[in-house]
Design a protein around this ligand. Structure first.
Ligand code: SF4
Ligand code: SF4
Length: 447
């Protein structure tokens, strides 16, 4: 991988119409459905349900137990009765999910306690108990990321408040509403990780958040609020790392070996909230926007609520949806229906009308090289495209490995600039998923 240091070429329309809209907590829905998987792109393992139909549950009670460092505990976001443990399907993945009918009381679990860790191991265990995962979309358990501190000294914590994707403003609003929790999170990381430097990287299209955080940390020399250019994909790990610290992480190199970790700002806030309230992650701020939505808003919603149940709080839809995305216009994942449920890492629901959703028919590649020139990682998406057309799995895997598909971060820049409208990002996604299944099958001796 040859990281391209200048990524200032892709300036997208921001569509951040909800940036000035304070998040509103919506009434509790009649039911929620809590998948045991973060349904993310990294093929995380699933948690195991620990409740069954008929059980009474309280808010914050564990209903799914993590299996390993790739999964996270799942907690009830409403109090009430477990109606079923059933299969849930999303983006081609399947997982068990716990359906809970709310009793309308929102009674917190009597077992919840404010954590009081005294050392790094206890701190990591508390973060693990909180169920907080990477809320920028990765959904990787936060405790597992922080556990890098057990092996390497983490000198610098890079707090990702870039939020470069069009439409999404949930991190922006979280930074404005929860400066106190950002401060608390930084205190905890100073105390338990021993980190000396904290950089909060924010795109300059959020001047109010930059000003508020600069003011909050004016007397703390360890914290630097860094204004970043509004270019896409500013929030991508490699891009943010380089722009904020001048460092470059090479293929196969752990970020922690550079003495750095990157944490999404909303993840930091949720982690800190657990240490203040003792309540695990059961709700989040999401942006609801897109051309089909009557009143775009930021909402505070319980995890597991369906899109259908939150739409009335945005005035409903102007017309039948043409496309439903979880996430922004560049990296968002298409959802099959309004029954899709909000997951921990769902930062936005973007619903396009039919006109905006209509994709332009792709035409053959004209070998212009724009996709290669724009890729922040200097990858060649046309090679992935060619590989995916091969019938032979071995040959396909060899070509994809050679072209380093596994470092693709699915940012979508290549698709965006392609004059032939080739769906390169979707092909990359399919290629990554092929590689995961191929490697899994090989490991299990099936190849
Ligand atoms: S999606 Fe395209 S531009 Fe982005 S990293 Fe992958 S190949 Fe490069
Ligand atoms: S940008 Fe599109 S047309 Fe140009 S080389 Fe890439 S795939 Fe081909």
């Amino acid at each position: 991988m040859n990281f391209r240091k200048n990524v200032s070429t892709l300036k997208l329309p921001h569509y951040k119409s909800t940036a000035s809209i304070e998040p509103v907590r919506i009434p509790i829905p009649q039911e929620v459905l809590l998948p045991m998987s973060p349904m993310n792109k990294h093929g995380a393992t699933n948690a195991e349900p620990v409740v069954q139909a008929g059980d009474h549950v309280y808010v914050g009670q564990m209903v799914g137990r993590e299996k390993d460092r790739g999964s996270a505990h799942v907690h009830a976001s409403v109090s009430g009765t477990v109606k079923a443990v059933e299969e849930y399907r999303m983006n081609g993945a399947r997982a068990l999910a716990v359906r809970i009918e709310s009793d309308g009381k929102q009674e917190p679990s009597p077992d919840l306690r404010i954590p009081q860790p005294t050392n790094l191991d206890e701190f990591l265990q508390c973060v693990r108990d909180s169920g907080v995962v990477g809320l920028g979309g990765a959904a990787y358990p936060v405790w597992a990321k922080l556990s890098a501190a057990q092996k390497s000294h983490i000198q610098t914590v890079l707090i990702n408040g870039a939020e470069c994707e069009p439409f999404i403003t949930s991190d922006h609003r979280a930074m404005l509403e929860h400066g106190d929790l950002i401060e608390k999170g930084i205190e905890l990381l100073k105390q338990f990780l021993g980190s000396e430097e904290f950089i909060i990287g924010i795109e300059k299209n959020k001047p109010d958040a930059i000003a508020a955080l600069k003011q909050r940390f004016v007397n703390d020399p360890a914290v630097k609020v860094m204004e970043l250019g509004s270019v896409y994909p500013q929030g991508a790990k490699q891009v943010l790392l380089y722009n904020a610290t001048g460092k470059v992480v090479e293929k196969g190199q752990r970020l922690a070996s550079l003495g750095v970790i990157i944490i999404n700002v909303s993840s930091l806030i949720k982690m800190a909230e657990y240490f203040v309230t003792g309540m695990p992650m059961v709700e989040r701020i999401i942006t609801v926007d897109g051309s089909a939505v009557k009143e775009p808003k930021n909402l505070i919603v319980p995890i597991g609520i369906s899109v259908k149940d939150l739409l009335p709080y945005c005035g409903g839809l102007k017309e039948e949806p043409g496309k439903i995305l979880f996430g922004g216009a560049m990296m968002g994942k298409t959802q099959e229906s309004l029954d899709a449920v909000i997951l921990k890492a769902t930062n936005a629901v973007v619903i396009m009308d039919r006109k905006d959703a209509k994709a332009t028919e792709p035409s053959p590649c004209i070998h212009c090289g724009r996709c290669v020139a724009i890729c922040p990682l200097s990858l060649n998406p046309t090679a992935f495209d060619r590989a995916m057309q091969l019938e032979d799995d071995e040959q396909r895997a060899a070509l994809l490995t050679d072209a380093q598909v596994k470092v693709c971060m699915e940012c979508g820049c290549c698709s965006y600039v392609c004059p032939s409208h080739r769906p390169l990002a979707a092909t990359n996604s399919a290629a990554l998923s092929f590689m995961r299944s191929w490697e899994r099958a090989k490991k299990e001796g099936g190849k």
